[in-house]
Structure formats: structure tokens, C-alpha cells
Design a protein around this ligand. Structure first.
Ligand SMILES: [Fe+2]
Ligand SMILES: [Fe+2]
Length: 280
């Protein structure tokens, strides 16, 4: 039995998948159903990832030697490999998006890079780990939605859809790793809840800023992007993406919450089979 994640049978279920993604040309297009703003939003989600995932690795490294549970230690090692592989692929993704769509990469990355590097250099280990747990939960929510409700990605070009599915499946696999490290070595849930409230607000503000920035760099007026962000049925309203995400965030604040309370392991097999067929 997996003592770190009681719901998971063995940590070896976590694997590092490598596929020859070829996104160069597709990322220059409005690959998300020919919809410019939806494409910009999806591309904006990639911008924080390289510096964010480096920060997650740093956060867990600071606690690694203190982890006594051998199962959790193994999971953390695979977490390091998965996140560093995601970082490498998203560095390429972000470079190509910026090259093809005329964005200044340094400028769009700056708010995330600056914040994440500041945390790595100056934050106490507990804050770094708590931020990682919160970001991992938010990532796991989006990953779950992208896989479980194919409608969200149905209009995406297959090459980019498969790339996001690949990242999503590994996020689901390791969704409890940082949480279990926090639970075993820090344990203060009210502090974690406080950091989650701050993280949600900050991430939403930053992503909104990034979308407007990208839209401006493409020659659009940021006010048009803001209007779209506030009114698009894709994001807003009862059936919008934000309502779906919020419903899952609320669960996090339960005192006895654990990421595997929501058992979505079946999605891992579903995507693994799909990707193996797509790249056969
Ligand atoms: Fe990742
Ligand atoms: Fe992750």
C-alpha cells in the first residue's frame, strides 16, 4: 500500500513520458478553433510554467532530506523528473509562441519569473512549499477538466491538444506529492488555506495581465481583450471555465482535504492510451 497516497497502489504508476512534439508551425496559428482570444488565453497559461515548475522543484528539494517515508521519497524523485521535463517543453512552447506571434518573451515572462525567483531567493521554505501545493492543486484542477470534459479542448488542433493532454496527465499523477510533503513535514492547514487564497488572486490577476499584454503585442486594444475576458461564455457564466475551476478550488478548504479524495486515476489510463496511439 502506498503510505504517502493511500489511494494510489504504487508510486511506480508515475512515469515520465517523452513524445516528439512538433508544435512550431501550429503555435503560430489561432490553433484553438480559429479563435484568437481563446488561443491567447491557452498560450498565456504556458508562460508561468518554466519559472513556476523550477520553483516547485526547489521547494521540494529543501524538504527532501527530511522525508522519512520511502514511498514519498520515490514519488518526489519522479515529481522532479516530470516537472523538469515539463519545464523543458514549455520553454520551447513559449519561445515558439513568442517568435510566431510577435511577443517579447522577456516581457511576458517577467511578472512570473520575477515573483518565482524572489520566492526562491528570499521566502521561508514553508511559504515556498505551501505556494507549490496551491499551484499544484490549481494545475490539477485544470488538468482534470481538460481530460474529463473533452469539450474544453475539442476545437484545439490535435498537435497542441495532445501536448496539453500530456502535461495534464502527469499533473494528475503527481497531484498529491507536494501536498503529502507539506502534510508530513509542515502540517499547518490554516496557513495553507491562507496561501491558497492569495495564490488564486495573484494568479488570476497575472494571467489577465498576460492575456492583455499578448493581445496588445499583436496590435489589438487591451480594452477589447478585457471585454472578452469579462463576457466570453468560454470563461464566464455558469457553464464557463472559471465556474468549473472555482467549484474544485472550494473543496481544497475542507480541513481534511486530500487531493486523492477526488479519485480520477481512470483519466491517466485514458490519456496514456491515447498518446501512445497518437505517437505510435
Ligand atoms: Fe508540470
Ligand atoms: Fe506539477
Amino acid at each position: 500500500m502506498n503510505t504517502a497516497n493511500p489511494m494510489l497502489p504504487v508510486a511506480s504508476a508515475m512515469v515520465v513520458r517523452r513524445y516528439p512534439f512538433d508544435l512550431q508551425t501550429t503555435l503560430g496559428e489561432d490553433w484553438f478553433g480559429g479563435d484568437r482570444l481563446r488561443t491567447i488565453i491557452a498560450n498565456a497559461l504556458s508562460i508561468p510554467l518554466p519559472s513556476g515548475e523550477r520553483m516547485f522543484i526547489r521547494a521540494l528539494r529543501q524538504y527532501f532530506e527530511a522525508i522519512e517515508d520511502p514511498q514519498l521519497r520515490e514519488e518526489v524523485k519522479i515529481f522532479f523528473k516530470q516537472e523538469s521535463s515539463h519545464t523543458q517543453e514549455h520553454v520551447k512552447y513559449n519561445r515558439w509562441v513568442c517568435q510566431h506571434r510577435g511577443y517579447d518573451l522577456a516581457q511576458v515572462e517577467a511578472p512570473y519569473k520575477d515573483h518565482n525567483e524572489y520566492l526562491c531567493d528570499f521566502a521561508e521554505p514553508r511559504l515556498l512549499l505551501a505556494t507549490t501545493v496551491c499551484m499544484e492543486h490549481l494545475t490539477a484542477i485544470v488538468s482534470h477538466l481538460l481530460i474529463s470534459e473533452p469539450g474544453w479542448l475539442s476545437e484545439a488542433k490535435p498537435a497542441v491538444r495532445d501536448f496539453w493532454l500530456w502535461h495534464s496527465v502527469e499533473e494528475i499523477e503527481h497531484k498529491a506529492v507536494a501536498f503529502d510533503v507539506y502534510r508530513q513535514l509542515v502540517g499547518d492547514k490554516s496557513y495553507l488555506d491562507e496561501i491558497m487564497r492569495r495564490t488564486v488572486i495573484q494568479l488570476a490577476q497575472n494571467l489577465r495581465f498576460t492575456v492583455c499584454q499578448m493581445f496588445l503585442m499583436e496590435g489589438g486594444r487591451p480594452r477589447d481583450a478585457r471585454k472578452w475576458l469579462d463576457t466570453s461564455p468560454f470563461l464566464q457564466g455558469e457553464c464557463g471555465l472559471l465556474a468549473a475551476i472555482n467549484a474544485h478550488i472550494e473543496d481544497f478548504y475542507r480541513a481534511d482535504f486530500h487531493p486523492w479524495d477526488h479519485d480520477n486515476r481512470h483519466l491517466i489510463d485514458l490519456v496514456s492510451v491515447h498518446l501512445n496511439q497518437a505517437f505510435a
